[in-house]
Design a protein around this ligand. Structure first.
Ligand SMILES: NC(=O)c1ccc[n+]([C@@H]2O[C@H](COP(=O)([O-])OP(=O)(O)OC[C@H]3O[C@@H](n4cnc5c(N)ncnc54)[C@H](O)[C@@H]3O)[C@@H](O)[C@H]2O)c1
Length: 352
C-alpha cells in the first residue's frame, strides 16, 4: 500500500481535529467524513475540502482506515462494523462504554490482524515520552498525577473519571507495567449530579505509591505528573511540555572564616528541553505508519481494555460513597458497568 485512504466518523470537537491532521499528513488521502448530524458533518467536510457522506456504508466502501470520533456509546458498534469490513480503525478513548464490549473488540481486533488503535493521546505527548526515558534511570517511590480542568467547557456526557482519569490510568499502566494490589478512591459531585472531582490512591507490590486526582472544578487547567524518586524529584508538565529534575548534592562543611564552621548543600534543577510536537499529530501519524508498515500499534485494543477496566473499578468504588455537594440535584450515579469484589485485585486478562 502506497498511501492510506482515511474516513473520519463523527466530526465534533475531536473529529474536526482528526480531519485537520489527516488532511495534512503525507501518504494519507482524507476520502470523506460522516456525521449523524449532516449540518455539522457538511460544514467540517467543506472546511477540509473532503466530501460529506450522508451514508456511513458508502464512506466505508471507499476507505482503508477509519477514525472513530463519535460519542463513546457508539464506539463498539461502529468499530465492529469497520473491522467486519476489513478496515483499520482508530477508536477515540474510552475504547467502549462497557467492559464486555471492550473484550469483544479486543478479540475481534486480534483475530482480524487489522490495526486497531485506541486514542489514548497522552501516550504520544513528548513530555510523557521523555519522562519515561528519564524514569529508566530512577526508581519511583511515589507518583502523583493531576488532571484538573474548569467546569466550563468540560465534557459533561460522562463523569470526570471516565473523561479525564482514564488518561492517567492508561499512562500509569504503561509506566509501571503492573496492576495495583490495593486501591481506595473517593469523589464528590458539585454541579453535574455525577462525579466532578475524584481522587484514587493505588498501591503496587514493591512500590510505588500512586495518587491520581482528576477534577472539572478548578479554575486552572493542569496536567501534571510529579515523581518522587530516591535520587531526584521530577516535575513533568504535560500541558506546557516541560520537565524539571530536582537533585541535591551531598552537603559539605566549610571551615572558611573566623566565624566558625559553615554547612553548604546545593540544590540543582535540570530543565529538560522537550520537542514541541502536537500529540494528536504523532498519534495519527503512528496509526498511518502502522498500517503502511504492518506494525502493531503502540496503544492496542488490549491497552484500551486495561485502562477501561481500572477506570470502571475506580468509578464503582467512588459511586459507593459519592459525596454530594451539589446544592440543586440528587446525584445521578451511573449504574456500575462492572462489579468487582472490592478486595479482588485489578488484573488484566493478559499476563503482565
Ligand atoms: N483523546 C482525547 O483527549 C479526547 C478528548 C475529547 C473527546 N474524546 C473522545 O472523542 C469522542 C468524541 O468526543 P467529542 O468531544 O468530539 O464529542 P462531540 O459531541 O463534540 O462530537 C461527536 C460528534 O459525533 C456525532 N455523532 C453522534 N452520534 C453519531 C453516530 N451514531 N454516527 C456518526 N456521528 C455521530 C455528533 O453529531 C457529533 O458531531 C468521545 O469518545 C470522547 O471520549 C477524546
Amino acid at each position: 500500500m502506497e498511501h492510506v485512504r482515511v474516513g473520519v466518523i463523527g466530526t465534533g470537537r475531536m473529529g474536526q481535529r482528526h480531519c485537520r491532521i489527516f488532511s495534512n499528513l503525507r501518504k494519507v488521502q482524507l476520502v470523506g467524513v460522516y456525521d449523524s448530524n449532516p449540518v455539522v458533518g457538511y460544514k467540517v467536510a467543506q472546511q477540509y475540502d473532503a466530501p460529506f457522506f450522508d451514508n456511513i456504508d458508502e464512506l466505508l466502501k471507499q476507505v482503508d482506515a477509519v477514525s472513530l470520533a463519535t460519542p463513546t456509546f457508539f464506539h463498539h458498534e461502529q468499530a465492529m462494523l469497520c473491522i467486519s469490513k476489513g478496515l483499520h480503525v482508530l477508536v477515540e478513548k474510552p475504547i467502549t462504554r462497557t467492559l464486555d464490549q471492550a473484550e469483544a473488540l479486543v478479540k475481534a481486533a486480534e483475530e482480524s490482524g487489522l490495526v486497531v488503535q485506541i486514542g489514548h493521546i497522552e501516550r504520544f505527548n513528548p513530555a510523557y515520552i521523555e519522562l519515561k526515558n528519564i524514569l529508566e534511570e530512577y526508581q519511583p517511590l511515589s507518583i502523583n498525577l493531576q488532571r484538573l480542568s474548569p467546569y466550563q467547557g468540560s465534557n459533561k456526557d460522562v463523569d470526570v473519571v471516565m473523561d479525564l482519569m482514564i488518561h492517567d490510568a492508561n499512562l500509569m499502566l504503561d509506566l509501571l507495567k503492573k496492576n495495583p494490589t490495593k486501591m481506595s478512591a473517593y469523589g464528590l459531585t458539585a454541579y453535574s449530579g455525577t462525579i466532578d472531582h475524584a481522587i484514587a490512591q493505588l498501591i503496587f507490590e514493591g512500590g510505588p505509591m500512586l495518587t491520581m486526582t482528576s477534577s472539572r472544578l478548578t479554575e486552572e487547567k493542569i496536567r501534571k505528573i510529579d515523581v518522587t524518586c530516591r535520587e531526584a524529584y521530577i516535575e513533568c508538565d504535560l500541558l506546557n511540555k516541560s520537565i524539571s529534575v530536582h537533585r541535591s548534592t551531598f552537603g559539605e562543611y566549610l571551615n572558611s572564616n573566623r566565624r566558625g564552621v559553615k554547612y553548604r548543600q546545593e540544590g540543582i534543577i535540570e530543565r529538560i528541553n522537550i520537542p514541541s510536537f502536537e500529540p494528536l499529530f504523532l498519534q495519527l501519524q503512528h496509526f498511518v505508519d502502522c498500517i503502511l508498515e504492518e506494525k502493531t500499534p503502540y496503544v492496542t485494543a488490549q491497552d484500551g481494555y486495561d485502562a477501561l477496566k481500572l477506570t470502571l473499578y475506580i468509578r464503582d468504588c467512588i459511586c459507593e460513597h459519592l459525596i454530594n455537594m451539589d446544592r440543586r440535584k440528587t446525584p445521578r450515579v451511573d449504574t456500575p458497568s462492572i462489579m468487582i469484589e472490592p478486595s479482588v485485585n485489578v488484573s488484566s486478562p493478559r499476563p503482565n
